[in-house]
Design a binder for this molecule. Structure first.
Ligand code: IMP
Length: 180
């Protein structure tokens, strides 16, 4: 079916940049790598909401290991500590102690979200933690992050679709679109 080459999300226009087919191909490639790397193990996938919900659904269907999935969110709130904002992982309903964990993220930009997530999860003593991201903007990384699984690297441009949003909208497309 013919799909739109450009879309409007709120006040911005976006042009198609990564097709559904290309996404599926890269997701399959990464899933096969995970299947090999984790052979004999029972990983816990932690999908970071909201952006990763479509990616997680497609990735998991390519995983043939015995595994669990939980959907988590990183919530910030002003605490009473002198450091100000405290970030907490909410929604984690699986005990990850001693378990191999794979974080499923839509996009790593500055890397700060993943750095916080890693720091928080480490406190629960998992056996290991790997990051699996659909997209990575390497030019934007501000922290040293070891990202084992990257489906695609993209330039430093804002993207929407396939779960990713602009101001809450634009998640519901099959392809990914870049701002123009
Ligand atoms: P980081 O902490 O800077 O790595 O930001 C990661 C989060 O920012 C992602 O999980 C997204 O929610 C959001 N984000 C970063 N870049 C984009 C983009 O191009 N489109 C949509 N969301 C983005």
């Amino acid at each position: 079916m013919q799909r739109n080459k450009t879309i409007k999300v709120k006040d911005k226009t976006f042009s198609v940049s990564i097709s559904e087919r290309a996404l599926k191909r890269q997701i399959k490639r990464i899933a096969e790598k995970i299947n090999r790397d984790y052979e004999g193990q029972e990983p816990v996938f932690l999908a970071v909401l909201n952006g990763s919900f479509i990616f997680a659904a497609d990735l998991l269907r390519e995983i043939d290991l015995p595994c669990e999935i939980s959907f988590v969110k990183l919530a910030s709130y002003e605490g009473t500590s002198s450091t100000g904002s405290i970030r907490e992982v909410i929604g984690l309903n699986i005990d990850i102690t001693g378990r191999p964990v794979i974080i499923v993220e839509d996009i790593v930009d500055t890397g700060l979200t993943m750095a916080h997530m890693l720091e928080t999860l480490q406190k629960q003593n998992p056996a290991s933690i790997d990051i699996c991201t659909l997209l990575l903007k390497p030019e934007k990384l501000q922290v040293k992050l070891d990202i084992r699984y990257v489906c695609m690297q993209i330039p430093d441009d804002f993207v929407v679709g396939y779960g990713l949003d602009y101001d809450g909208f634009g998640r519901n497309t099959k392809d990914i679109y870049t701002i123009i």
